[in-house]
Design a protein around this ligand. Structure first.
Ligand code: AMP
Length: 279
């Protein structure tokens, strides 16, 4: 399974990536983590990246593409990976396409975690205040000020990827404002629906039922693509689905999620208006 998690900083990509790692036995490739390790180790890449990261900017494409290219080669990435924080620009996405093509590898899906920005700022403010109260060290780029810059980078340079992957019928959108558990369930359900979770060990079979039971608890934004994705796969046991049928399911699920992605901002805007009216 090869996935990309797409979403602004603080949308829960790291948390969901770790859950995917545990469930599907794939590796998490987080460029942010790798860069932080390079900074800590004082490598040449780390030295180049340090100030850019602290200021909330984006590290040059060639650096992160190089890191990912090397990392995908490692034996532990052979059974699959989830990219967290990469690609972040269209040139990075193009470089990734090339890389995968050369290696004859296929990307299963790009999962967009859609969140509303004011909630992200509230989350980071609370987290930083709590960490400071406990006397813990706060990441230099995890302050409300730097987050504002990182959100601006996301909007300008990363958001175009939503269109990029939507055009390539890879994009599946999940409402990232749900609880962590709900988001996880929704992602798993989508992965089953498109047949990407076929290669899972037998012990995970029961969780498909649990996921099916969780359908009613998910919110509308997420339910729409997933419902259609589930419909697309209806009547087929994921394990028996032919590659052709799986491709058809991805296509239908992508189309459904593209429609939801178009509608979602209005919902978020509505929610915000309501919230403001209340406050
Ligand atoms: P993250 O942990 O993914 O939020 O990344 C932390 C920081 O590392 C970002 O704010 C960027 O400065 C840098 N970074 C991580 N991934 C990338 C990427 N794909 N392209 C450019 N910069 C990146």
């Amino acid at each position: 399974m090869r996935l990309i998690l797409l979403g602004p900083p603080g949308s829960g990509k790291g948390t969901q990536a770790q859950r995917l790692v545990q469930r599907y036995g794939i590796v998490q490739l987080s460029t942010g983590e790798m860069l932080r390790a390079a900074v800590a180790a004082g490598t040449p890449v780390g030295l180049q990246a340090r100030d850019i990261m602290a200021a909330g900017g984006l590290v040059p494409d060639e650096i992160v593409v190089g890191i990912i290219s090397d990392r995908i080669e490692q034996p532990d990435a052979k059974s699959g990976f989830v990219l967290d924080g990469f690609p972040r620009t269209v040139p990075q996405a193009e470089a990734l396409d090339e890389l995968l093509k050369k290696k004859h590898l296929k990307l299963d899906a790009v999962i967009e975690l859609r969140v509303n920005e004011s909630a992200l700022l509230e989350r980071v403010e609370t987290r930083v205040a709590q960490m400071r109260a406990r006397g813990e060290e706060v990441r230099v780029d995890d302050t409300p000020e730097v987050l504002t810059k990182r959100l601006a980078s996301y909007r300008a340079q990363t958001e175009p990827l939503i269109h990029y992957y939507s055009e390539r019928r890879k994009l599946l959108t999940v409402d990232g404002m749900m609880t962590i558990e709900e988001v996880t369930r929704e992602i798993n359900r989508i992965l089953h629906a498109i047949g990407a979770a076929e290669a899972k060990p037998a012990k995970k079979a029961g969780s498909a039922k649990r996921n099916a039971g969780a359908r009613k608890t998910t919110k509308k934004v997420a339910a729409r693509p997933a419902k259609s994705a589930a419909k697309a796969a209806k009547g087929r046991t994921p394990a028996k689905k032919s590659p052709k049928a799986a491709r058809r399911a991805v296509k239908r699920a992508s189309e459904a999620s593209r429609k939801a992605a178009k509608k979602a901002p209005r919902k978020v805007a509505k929610k915000l208006t309501k919230k403001r009216a209340k406050g």
